[in-house]
Design a protein around this ligand. Structure first.
Ligand SMILES: NC(=O)c1ccc[n+]([C@@H]2O[C@H](COP(=O)([O-])OP(=O)(O)OC[C@H]3O[C@@H](n4cnc5c(N)ncnc54)[C@H](OP(=O)(O)O)[C@@H]3O)[C@@H](O)[C@H]2O)c1
Length: 255
């Protein structure tokens, strides 16, 4: 299985890229920070390639996808993990930040899909997009409304791609809270945003019960992605959600 993972320099995308390679896939790891991708490739092992790619730049995406297809000898799967989390009350999010969020989370996904489509049509492959439970399973979380709006747009766009190209598998995975893996596989989500506002958001998400302290294990996410990619071409999984399951609560006196 030959898989392109976009947004593989940190967090969930890195876990997925390295994890799929460990399960026997040949992977091309794409993102802007090449030094990080090269370290991920070392972890992924033989046959993995690191390719610099900025999803907001048409030529960068076209060049990276072509290099990936040549290096892998075709493409069976694409995983779009790239996203930008914009933090702030909607009244404070200016037009430029809206534009950045849509360019990275939605238009970038459209660009990657358009460039990889000919390869996926040929292989009868599958494209997977990481989305968020905050866009489909719960009310929009406070102070990340602009991010949630991009994920809702992404969800609808994935559906539209499926209707236009029913011969290709299109799957969105709504993910619940996941910290990623160790070291550079840890999530960097929101790290460049205003930490005081993010902390206020986290307090509200805990109060409303959206955040419970339970986390999705990144290995479970890799397992789900692997299973979707390995599905035969007769069927497709339009969407699935991966939410944290509560750890058993020990009660006093229980054995
Ligand atoms: N972590 C969670 O709890 C959680 C929950 C629900 C959904 N998700 C979803 O899971 C996905 C991954 O999140 P994460 O926590 O792993 O975030 P992360 O650690 O911030 O990773 C984001 C990735 O996107 C890449 N990226 C950002 N801008 C890019 C651009 N212009 N061109 C190419 N790549 C770009 C980054 O690489 P470079 O900066 O090197 O380009 C990085 O590899 C996202 O779609 C997110 O919405 C995460």
């Amino acid at each position: 299985m030959r898989v392109v993972v976009v947004g593989a320099s940190s967090g969930l995308g890195r876990c997925i890229g390295v994890g799929l390679a460990k399960r026997g896939a040949r992977v091309a790891l794409l993102a802007r920070r090449l030094d990080r991708l090269e370290r991920a490739v070392e972890e992924a092992g033989d046959g993995a390639v690191a390719l610099a790619c900025d999803v907001t730049d048409e030529e960068s995406v076209a060049a990276a996808v072509e290099k990936a297809a040549v290096a892998l000898g075709g493409i069976d799967g694409v995983v779009y993990s790239t996203a930008l989390m914009t933090v702030g009350a909607l009244r404070d999010v200016g037009a430029n930040r809206w534009a950045d969020a849509f360019a990275t989370n939605v238009t970038g996904a459209a660009r990657v899909t358009a460039q990889t489509l000919p390869y996926l049509e040929k292989s009868r492959g599958t494209a997977i997009y990481l989305s968020s439970i905050s866009a489909s399973l719960t009310p929009p979380w406070s102070l990340i409304g602009s991010y949630v709006a991009t994920k809702a747009a992404l969800d609808k766009m994935v559906e539209a791609w499926r209707w236009e190209h029913p011969d290709v598998g299109f799957t969105r995975i709504a993910v619940g809270e996941c910290a990623g893996g160790p070291g550079e596989s840890g999530t960097q989500f929101g790290s460049q945003e205003d930490q005081a506002v993010l902390t206020a958001g986290i307090h509200d998400w805990i109060r409303r019960g959206y955040m419970t302290g339970d986390l999705v294990d990144p290995d479970d996410l890799v397992h789900a992605v692997d299973a979707v990619l390995r599905l035969g071409p007769s069927s497709s999984i339009p969407h699935l959600a991966l939410t944290p399951r509560s750890a058993p609560r020990t009660t006093e006196g229980s054995s």
